[in-house]
Design a protein around this ligand. Structure first.
Ligand SMILES: [Zn+2]
Length: 277
């Protein structure tokens, strides 16, 4: 039965163009046009879930919020990394509007200033970017693929757990300095291993002698047995991509001395979704 209040249900507030333009999603992973996706504002329930720290950490709250606000994306766990920030910013705009209040102290005169950052500029920036998956490693050519949200969350959790174990062991004051340094070495080695594994997983195909290899195990074995220069090229390419896919700072003028300041917001701050009560 149709609810007679249905016409008062929330309506899409903005339409989002995904930076990926729909690539890297499974077939039928998106309903409709990936360059014009309707975005709804958060419901009261979405907001409550977003304020729960545990849910935020596991990624569950982000997934449930995306399902609610951009229902056209079938499985948010499979969202490629390059779309995630745009999606979160679009949901924030749909819920609270396009401006974000931000405070900064002037780099010249140290005066405290309040400013408004325009989130739609950041959306425009992200949608102007192009993900270049091709790395030339002559005589081989490599194509990359972005991590999806599931893989990204797993990596973050691994790193977080590792840090927690390190803090626990180095926080023990009875531990001799020598042992403490050993723990620290182990920590950095494991962290580096995680990072290398994450880089390897982002290799989609390696092509050589007209043969295209897409099997993850074969690619993994190959990297483990190749010169390090090969891996360095892929790593550099991934780092360039990461540097490009960052929120850009916006220029604002100090109200006291008129100096220009560069200010930016961070999305990993839980305030980003809980500014209004
Ligand atoms: Zn100033």
């Amino acid at each position: 039965m149709e609810n007679s209040l249905q016409k008062y249900y929330r309506q899409p507030k903005i339409y989002l163009s995904l930076p990926s333009k729909g690539m890297y999603y499974p077939e039928n992973g998106i309903d409709g046009d990936p360059t014009n996706l309707p975005v709804f504002g958060m419901t009261a329930m979405d907001e409550i879930i977003f304020k729960t720290p545990d849910a935020l950490f596991s990624g569950e709250s982000t997934v449930s919020c995306i399902k609610s606000c951009i229902p056209a994306i079938k499985d948010p766990w499979l969202i490629p990394q390059i779309d995630l920030d745009s999606i979160l910013i679009a949901i924030r705009i749909a819920t609270y509007g396009q401006y974000l209040e931000s405070n900064y102290s002037c780099t010249e005169c140290k005066a405290e200033n309040g400013t408004q950052l325009d989130l739609s500029k950041t959306l425009d920036y992200f949608s102007s970017l192009e993900y270049n998956p091709n790395v030339d490693c002559y005589p081989l050519s490599v194509t990359l693929r972005p991590f999806n949200y599931k893989e990204q969350t797993e990596l973050q959790q691994q790193q977080y757990n590792l840090r927690r174990i390190l803090l626990q062991s180095t926080g023990n004051e009875d531990m001799p300095e020598e042992d403490r340094n050993k723990k620290l070495d182990e920590f950095y080695n494991t962290l580096a291993k995680y990072q290398i594994t994450a880089y390897k997983k982002q290799i989609a195909t390696v092509e050589a002698d007209d043969v295209r290899v897409a099997d993850a195990q074969e690619i993994n074995d190959f990297i483990n047995n190749s010169d390090k220069g090969f891996f360095q090229k892929i790593k550099a390419h991934l780092e360039d991509l990461q540097a490009l896919w960052q929120v850009q700072s916006q220029t604002t003028t100090c109200s006291e001395c008129g100096a220009e300041n560069k200010v930016k917001f961070t999305l990993d701050n839980s305030d980003f979704f809980a500014t209004k009560s």
